[in-house]
Design a protein around this ligand. Structure first.
Ligand code: DCP
Length: 643
């Protein structure tokens, strides 16, 4: 569900940068003879010439659309060049596009906080940079303004087609302009510079929206493409939003948007303005109601998250029409490919970025040939992630089987019931940085032996962050013609045979807001209760109980000596300072710190021998030096008598 965050300030300067026909540009850079030529990238499946996943602007002029297949595109534009997406493991391999996206991100992140939102989209918080610029040079005294800035589209500014650049120059340099508009002007200058730099260093063009919040910036970035930028002034917000179809708003493309249309007759954002916040809260709950009321007025307090790397990784493939997978053996065969790819990417992320993922999720779309309820959703299932392709496969197969049982109904034997899988994917999420000083113990805690493959993965599914809380977005599916097309979790820059473009995430905050469904809510609550119950039941079992201790308890917070079980191998004993910096605090959240004196030996003895040895090595010197008396609640967790 969306969280209604009040604007921290309406003077923030946020940009949304979106690459133009991204995959096409990447292919054109690789094959320069394609530059200026009508070009499209087609998916791996070559049926009817393959589905188009990216269309260059030259081809768009001739009427080629992404919804077409290659054969149709050739009819509309006979000279079109169709480039097939690279292939590995009999499926699309998006590595070159991901890497190209990273090149762009590294440039855009030079001027402010940067959030990589999808394979080709980035949000930037340029507030500080804009304020600094304004302080240094009053805009009215700017001597020269780059052509690229003058080409900006300023919403609400009337142009006449003759001296448009002069009109924009005047707007940018108005002495009597509102402070917020001045900041926007600075933002526009900075974004234009960044876009030029991207072009210079990568040869890619991009478009951008500059506004006071993320929502408005994103709406604006697509308004004038390719290679242009659009500025949303405060006074233009009402005119921009009012006529906008409600389903075009981010997070309103699915069930909540449909509910607004059918239940309230709301077709445009303007239609939403007639409802009081109380009414919307009454209908959709306090948070969603407030969020709806706010977005109708262009208010959104969402922060730009400082994140240059993907939030999750996903490997998937579609199996349209007759290609649907109809046996567990066929599913396992493909899961093997997907898990190997996911594992490679996780390993690369670990080596390159020193990050580890914690949650494995299996998603699928399926049908039942014998069932009247053929629209029943195939449930997504999650469990803790263990590193290694074999383990990921083993767990994925378990997750699949649990999901299939649920999909078919507990009493149905999969062999007796006709079913087919039309897309399948595995994703790794909850990715966090491995703190420095990592050694064996970190490997252990981060997955090597951590998860006993569960015969009941559905229990894990009931974790609060699970997709079932908002089923429609963690893995959105679009069906076009005979092709089932998956637009999935792109914060992951995912791999999929067909398409991978959206910016929904596995975390609930990015999920599609759901209409309030009391039965569903009660099911979820039941699920949470059951999850809690299961956690309690398993708490005392052998090694896993230790892991739970180590993972679920944060460190003691006061000024004292601590051992950092994951990060502090060489740091060993930490004397924490009272004033932690933000990054220290963030890092602390990813570590497990315990007072040496408070670690119960019986707990240590439950660890595997090599880990025991390592822990003891740490404990010895710590204990000698560790003379501070403490009695924190951590002791309770390590006490054999704890309940
Ligand atoms: N993509 C995909 N499947 C989709 C949509 C997109 O694989 N259904 C890929 C190909 C695109 C890239 O993601 O090049 C970025 O998608 P965009 O929606 O941003 O579209 P483009 O960048 O291609 O074009 P535009 O200039 O309209 O943004």
């Amino acid at each position: 569900m969306p969280v209604a965050r009040p604007e921290t300030s309406d003077s923030r300067i946020i940009a949304h940068v979106d690459m133009d026909c991204f995959y096409v540009q990447v292919e054109q850079r690789k094959q320069p003879h394609l530059r200026g030529q009508p070009t499209a990238v087609v998916q791996y499946n070559s049926w009817k010439g393959g589905g188009l996943i990216a269309v260059g602007y030259e081809a768009r002029k001739d009427g080629v659309k992404r919804s077409m297949r290659g054969d149709e595109a050739k009819k509309v534009c006979p000279q079109i060049h169709l480039v097939q997406v690279p292939v590995a493991r009999s499926k699309a391999d998006l590595t070159i596009y991901r890497n190209a996206g990273s090149e762009v991100v590294s440039i855009l992140s030079r001027k402010g906080r940067c959030e990589r939102a999808s394979i080709d989209e980035v949000y930037l918080d340029l507030t500080d940079a804009a304020e600094a610029m304004l302080k240094e040079t009053p805009l009215e005294s700017l001597e020269s303004i780059h052509e690229e800035v003058l080409k900006s589209h300023v919403l609400g500014l009337t142009l006449n087609g003759n001296n448009d650049k002069e009109i924009v120059r005047e707007w940018l340099t108005r002495r009597d302009a509102d402070h917020r508009d001045k900041l926007l002007a600075c933002g526009a200058i900075i974004v234009a510079e960044l876009r030029l730099q991207v072009l210079k260093e990568t040869e890619f063009t991009c478009s951008a929206g500059v506004a006071h919040n993320k929502m408005l910036a994103k709406l604006a970035s697509g308004m004038n493409k390719p290679a242009q930028q659009t500025i949303v002034t405060l006074s233009s917000v009402k005119g921009l939003l009012e006529p906008l179809p409600i389903k075009k708003m981010k997070q309103l493309g699915g069930k909540l948007g449909s509910s607004l249309q059918t239940d309230l007759g709301v077709n445009t954002v303007g239609d939403l303005l007639q409802f009081s916040v109380e009414k919307l809260q009454d209908l959709y709950g306090a948070n969603t109601g407030t969020w709806l009321w706010n977005i109708a007025r262009g208010v959104s307090g969402d922060e730009v998250e400082g994140r240059l790397l993907p939030k999750s990784h996903c490997s998937g493939k579609t199996f349209p029409g007759v290609q649907a997978l109809k046996s567990i053996a066929a599913v396992e065969k493909w899961l093997k490919e997907l898990c190997e790819e996911l594992s490679e990417r996780l390993q690369l992320d670990l080596e390159t970025n020193k990050r580890v993922a914690h949650t494995l999720t299996l998603h699928a779309n399926a049908y039942k040939s014998t069932d009247t309820d053929s629209h029943k959703k195939f449930p997504s299932k999650s469990c803790p992630l263990r590193y290694g392709a074999g383990k990921i496969l083993e767990d994925s197969v378990n997750l699949f089987q649990a999901a299939l049982r649920e999909f078919l109904g507990s009493y149905t034997n999969p062999a007796d019931c006709g079913w087919g899988i039309t897309n399948l994917s595995v994703s790794a999420s909850k990715i966090v940085a491995v703190p420095s000083g990592t050694s064996t113990i970190t490997k252990y805690f981060h997955g090597q032996d951590r998860f006993q493959p569960s015969l009941e993965p559905s229990d894990e599914k009931l974790a609060p962050e699970d997709d079932t809380l908002s089923p429609s977005t963690s893995h959105q599916t679009e069906c076009g013609g005979q092709q089932t097309q998956i637009t999935h979790d792109t914060s992951t820059f995912d791999q999929n045979e067909t398409t991978c473009k959206d910016d929904v995430c596995l975390t609930s905050k990015h999920h599609e807001p759901q209409p309030r469904l009391s039965q569903k809510e009660s099911n979820i609550n039941d699920g949470k209760r059951s999850y809690e119950h299961k956690r309690k039941a398993t708490k005392e079992k052998g090694t896993s109980s230790i892991l739970r201790f180590l993972q679920t308890n944060s460190c003691s917070s006061s000024k004292q000596e601590t051992i950092c079980l994951s990060s502090g191998v060489q740091e060993g004993l930490n004397i924490e300072s009272e004033a932690l910096t933000e990054s220290q605090n963030a890092r602390r959240a990813n570590t497990w710190r315990y007072n040496a004196d408070e670690i119960d030996q019986s707990v240590v003895e439950e660890l595997p021998p090599e880990i025991q040895e390592e822990v003891r090595t740490w404990l010895r010197p710590q204990k000698q030096a560790n003379t501070v008396k403490r009695g924190s609640s951590i002791a309770h967790y390590f006490s054999p008598n704890r309940n």
